[in-house]
Design a protein around this ligand. Structure first.
Ligand code: LMR
Length: 254
């Protein structure tokens, strides 16, 4: 047999056969939920009952947040301009950035690096906040333009505690929140991105999957927004804040 140049461990297909990580797809369809199957493709094994409940909550938490987030505005603008649904979904996904949704990856990277260091979480959090402040770096995953207390964060942490996932990363995340408040005198609450970053880190996920969780969840909401825009609004309508003042140069010749 010749050695294949390209190997994959995700799905084995053949005529009449589709096996995800070794499990026949029809058995997954019969016995497992969508969230459990996503966990399987991403992590390689089926989740335990606790992992399944936690993962389900993570996916639900980011499903939608109204019309104002950049990804939804991007998606609605794209369909409003006359693009097909797939282009509008892509426009929405491309509007996810380091600050919107992308903070999961950045925060998880930082938490995973710092949680490996020796020392109590409280001391590490203090060092991290001092270090970031001296470099004028912003800690991703903290602060929200609307919520002082985000119900998604509370629920994720409550479930993580009940299901016994609270480990070094969640502890560090909570200590960072306290250290940030002590340093700045302002409460910068852990936002949903920060909470997901901490929970997926305690669940053993690689931080590089961070944006993936947000995309998986928010795509459902975006499709609903795209469909609503498409079917109930006139094309090319004014979307976004129209209260805009021009502050550039006065009218001039070339
Ligand atoms: C979201 O879930 O998209 C939001 O938390 C972002 C925002 O500020 O609307």
């Amino acid at each position: 047999m010749t050695e294949s140049a390209w190997k994959t461990s995700i799905t084995n297909i053949g005529p009449g056969k589709i096996e995800i990580r070794g499990y026949p797809i029809d058995q997954l369809m019969e016995k497992k939920s969508f969230a459990e199957t996503i966990f399987l493709v991403l992590k390689g094994e089926l989740p335990t009952e606790a992992e399944s409940e936690m993962f389900e909550a993570i996916l639900i938490s980011s499903v939608d947040h109204g019309i104002s987030p950049p990804s939804v505005l991007g998606a609605r603008n794209s369909i409003s301009a006359g693009n097909p649904l797939n282009a509008a979904v892509a426009a929405g996904v491309l509007s996810i950035g380091d600050i919107h949704g992308g903070a999961i990856e950045q925060a998880a990277k930082i938490m995973q690096e710092w949680a490996k260091k020796d020392g109590a979480s409280k001391d590490l959090a203090q060092q991290l906040v001092d270090d970031f402040s001296s470099k004028k770096r912003r800690m991703p995953g903290f602060g929200h333009r609307l919520h002082k207390t985000d119900p998604r964060t509370l629920k994720l942490f409550e479930k993580a505690a009940r299901l016994d996932f609270t480990g070094r990363h969640i502890e560090l995340c909570k200590e960072i929140e306290a250290a940030l408040e002590a340093k700045t005198g302002r409460r910068l609450p852990i936002n949903v991105d920060g909470a997901i970053a901490a929970v997926i880190s305690d669940m053993g996920f690689d931080y590089r999957l961070g944006k993936g969780f947000f995309i998986l969840s928010r795509t459902a909401g975006m499709i609903a927004h795209i469909f609503e825009e498409w079917t109930t609004q006139r094309p090319m309508r004014k979307l976004g804040d129209t209260n805009c003042e021009y502050v550039g140069p006065d009218s001039r010749g070339v």
